[in-house]
Design a protein around this ligand. Sequence first.
Ligand SMILES: [Zn+2]
Length: 376
Amino acid sequence: MPLFSYPLPLHTGLFPASWATGCASWRAELDALRSACKQSIPVDIREFPAPGNSPEGEALFTQCAWLGPADAAAVVVLIAGTHGVEGYAGSGVQCDLWRLLAAGQLALPSGVALLAVNGLNPWGYAWNRRCDGEGIDVNRNFVDFDQPLPANRGYDELREAFFLDDPAESSRRLKAFRDRYGQTAYEIAVSGGQFSDPLGPFYGGTGKSHSRRVVETLMADYALAQRRLAVIDVHTGLGPYGHGEIICDHPAGSPGAKAAKHWYGPSCTLPEQGESSSVPKLGLLDYAWHRIMGADSCFVTLEFGTLGTDNLFSVLLEENRAWAGRGKSAMSEQQRLRLAGCMAAHFFPADALWRETVLFRSRQVITQAFNALGEV
Ligand SMILES: [Zn+2]
């Protein structure tokens, strides 16, 4: 069965230039979809105020939309901006989807609803950062804070190297760690998540973030534990340039992993089995969804590669060092803007072909999810 008809225009003009314009066009495209469908697709829109402001002083919020019947037995959940700055791509994917649905080039299967979350971490999105305003990596925040927090000994060993003022010495120490323990151990040390250092990168926090509260509210309000779910969380910045990898962090052999492999095919990878550009991580958003999912459901990360892991780590570590060392109040606006530009260059390349690939691949994966949930 063809997934969708070709050729279709790729709406790259819908990728936003900022968090605020991303919110405005997301809302405008959704309103256009609503009028095009003349109420045939019920749409419920909500906004969740978030702490802090954008650099321009705007109040921040997370946008959510439920499309389709309130009593749908199955729901495709599409998430953008878990990692702030990665929301540029994720917002564009959702706006493109609103256009496709409005034009009748893609349709929700019968009995399937769509829940879209735009700017899950709006502060990071607005400031071109990956963490939220409290320095929390939202995608390491989903741990049980009533239990002792997990350790990352590799991070603790490298912590000093991350904050050295001498970049050559920092690189030398990181390389020594990698040579000694291997690439995977190195990536887990840097990016696997840590709870010991609030100023460090990939910090999971000491309590629930705004983003986690939004997710938990949506799960409760829409009774998501009682429905079949296909969750797609759009990320950027890891893996080969332009490649859209479907990463499944369900345990190997679990019902979730079986569903993901069945729905998405051989391109679905499991970090636990070393198949992915991602390594196993602590506190992922995935785990909250795994806990509420029945057998025929799964959560996947749709990760779009850009400039490689070495560039990812060097951009993030430099940016993190600047924010941790001086704080915004003492960082010049010029320096902040330069770092924000480096973040955008890594997480949202100004390359029309990369952006086309993001839309094209997202259409494939979203349609696979529609088809999977539409089969009864
Ligand atoms: Zn990400």
